[in-house]
Structures are given as C-alpha cells and as structure tokens.
Design a protein around this ligand. Sequence first.
Ligand code: BGC
Length: 497
Amino acid sequence: MEERRKKAVVLASAFLFFLLQSSCALRRDQFPSSFLFGTSTSAYQIEGAYKDANKSLSNWDVFTHSQEAKIKDGSNGDVAADHYHIYMEDVELMHSLGVNSYRFSISWSRVLPRGRYGTINPTGVAFYNNLIDSLLLRGIEPFVTLSHYDIPQELEDRYGGWLSPKIQKDFGYFAEVCFRKFGDRVKYWSTLNEPNFMVINGYGTGDYPPGHRNKQLIAGHNAILSHATAVEIYRKRYQVKQQGKIGIVIFMCWFEPLRNNSLDFLAAKQVMSFHVAWFLDPIIHGDYPPEMQQVLGSKLPTFSIKDRRKLQYKLDFIGINHYTSLYVRDCSVPPCNSSGSIDESPFIYNQRNGIPIGKPTAMPQYYVVPYGIEEVVLYTMRRYNNTPMFITENGYAQHSNSSMTELLNDIDRVDAIRQYLTYLNNAMRKGADVRGYFVWSLIDNFEWLYGYTKRFGLYYVDFNTQKRAPKLSARWYQQFLHGVEVLHEHDEQVDTI
Ligand code: BGC
C-alpha cells in the first residue's frame, strides 16, 4: 500500500516536473556542437576484477580489506559493477545515450602491477585498448584520467606513496607507458583526479588510504610535481605527434561568504585558495598562492629551481569536479560559535540562519546549489586567464535504501543536472571557455567511504546480477543530447525491474 502511494506521488511529481520543464527548456544547441557531453567513472569504483590477469593490489584494495577502513557497509571494490568483464555492455549504454565522450581512469596496478619496479602487464594494456577501440568505433571520445586516487600498493610499501618525491618518477613512468600504448587514440589526458581532495582525505584527516594525518602539504607538493613530470614528458616526446591535450582535475566547491561583509568575503576567498589555488597556482602561475604563503609561511614546501623548470609546462585545460557550495565565516570578530559548522578553521557552514544552502542530497554536505557551478567557472576563468575548462564531474546522489520506484524515477537528479547545465551555460555566455560536461556517473558504483549505500548513476545497477537499468535521468540525458526539448508523457515513468 505504502509503496503504491509513494509510486502515485512520484508519478504525479514527474508529470508536474515535465510540465514545468517544457516552459524553461534547456537545449543541446545552446552549447557549441564541438562541446563534449559525456559520463564519468573511475577504475576502482566500477571495474572490479581486482586480482584478475596479473593485476596487483592497489592502495584501495588493501585499505578496503583492512581493519582501519571505515566503509559504511563494510564493502569494497573487488567486484564493484564488474565493468572489467562487461565493459562492452557499458559502452553500448553510452552509445544509446548519445554521448560523444567518456571519462574513465586507468588502473595503475592493472597496467604496471609493480610500478617501475616490474614489467608492463599486457592483459591490462589489452583491456584498455579494447575499451578505447570500442568507444572510438561508436564515435565516443576517450577522456582518460591517469590516476583517480589509486596507486599500486607496492609504491606505498616501498616509499610511502605520495609522501615521497620518488612517486614523481613512478608517475612519470606510468604516464609515459600510457602515452606510448594509448596516445595514438587518446586525445584528452588528465594527470590526476582531485589531488586536493585525495591528499586532504588520505594525508590530512586520514580517512582515505594511507590514513596519515597532517601531512597533506607534502603529499600535495609531490602530486603537483608528479603532474608536472607527466606533462613535461608529454610535451617533449608525444604531444606534437599525438596531438592531444593534457590537464588536471580539481575538486571545486563554491565557497560563499556567510554574511554580507568584507571579512567573510576575504575568508571565503582564502578558503578557495586553500582548496583550489593550492594546486592550480603552482601549475599555472609557478608558485603557491599568496594567500597560502601568508598564512603558512615556512610550513609550505618550496619549489627548487629544478622543480620550477618542470612547472613551466603547465597544462592545457582545467578539469572541474563540482558537487556543492558551502558558506564560509571569518572567525576574528565576533569569535565563531561552532554550531552548524563542519570545519573549524576558518568556519565552513552548510546553512545560514538554519536554512541549508541548497536542497540536500544523499551525500552529507552535498547540496544542490546550481549557481555554484557558474561561480566556480567564473573564478577559474578570472584567476587562470580563461584556460579551457571541462566540467569533468557533476552529479547527484541517492540513498540506496530508497524504494525501487524512487531510485528509477530520479526526478531530483534530472532537476539538478538541468539546473547545473543552465548555470554553466550562463558562465559560458559571460565568456568562460568551457568545452565539455561529464555527468557523474554512468552507472551506480562503489562510492568510497560510503560503499554501495549511495547511488550516483544514470543507470541503476543491481549488484547481485550486475544488470543495468536506465533511470529517468538516463532518458532525460538521451533526449537532451538528441535535441529533444521535453519528454513525452508516456516516457515519464520508468518501470521497476
Ligand atoms: C570523485 C568521485 C566520487 C564523486 C562523488 C568525486 O569527488 O572524483 O570518485 O565518486 O566525487 O562523491
């Protein structure tokens, strides 16, 4: 009975939603025809096959099997969405969606099980060759991340992973293997996915592997120089011949002043620097941001002459992963009272006067704040001289324990994506050079510390059978990409599987 009532409510709101949508439709042709529209995934979150065909263990394989891991449902990515075995099915899903690009990452431990201390794994290389070829056959441009949080565990055991400058050499070696093996067909490379988020979690709070605390500055320093090492190799030996582009992907929240005063304005600016400019300033302007230098002084690592020589190779594009906006409050006068704060230095809040910054989602601290995407893009445009940008991730999470009807009729996701695209389009009309947008994610997958308790996919995955089913958002995206403005009435309800 309850389920039936819920279904009726969902149906009614779907109907209203599409009526509303027809009056403020967003169209594909508001974006350039060369614009990349895609979906995004990462190796550890979807591939599974964690020990197949000579793949070694990665830091995430080891971490999820250890006692320290605080994964919500005690799960891991051993099988995940089994993409390694059924990738062709996923390529067909993308083909039917009508995307012209797909962002995925390469599992370092599948291609180089022992980093530069062992040999290249031909089966790993063959997997990515097949994937790339299948995509290209269907007119889908591969947009490849070299490392999306995962590194071979051997590098962690040998020298402490990102804590050691030795990782720069290993990362350069891995990058070069990928350029050599796949660069004839891959025209978009991202060196690292969200090194800012990765080092804050893995080396600051210790929630991600390897679980260190207060070591994020040095890990970040090595990540910046690893990016620079890979770009130098690409520029000197591959780019002219392969004609591709190389960039980096940064996790970018928009930080909004809590109060309308100059102190909060400056505090918000400072937090943006500590999250975003921390990585992009050295890569693009050659040194850490002045805001960080002022606050951290000698705690901040410095770049040697040799490092600076490497940094001159910069990047070709900035990848932006955007999920939420948050408020920032200066704490000097009057001092902060911690209620509602999620971070105490300086204070970051998710609400103002008890009202959340946007519509809550299934991820704590992720709110739907559509104007935030316009703000992060304009911030990046201004600070980095309108370097070409891609929205490499933007998406919406559901709770896995919602009813099947709710999971498949994901109206809130459609609404969020549609609004984010509208605001992205505003930024582009203001002159921002944005060249693509990727929905996170193609399919439901392993959501790091949340395991399988959250679902970000356009396609629902039954993790017992590995069957995929389109959610309403998949149908919406498909129609949008095919230039259809509104869904037809009979398409509104997605049947449960
Ligand atoms: C990461 C993804 C993750 C997504 C949703 C991004 O920060 O790159 O791996 O699944 O956020 O939380």
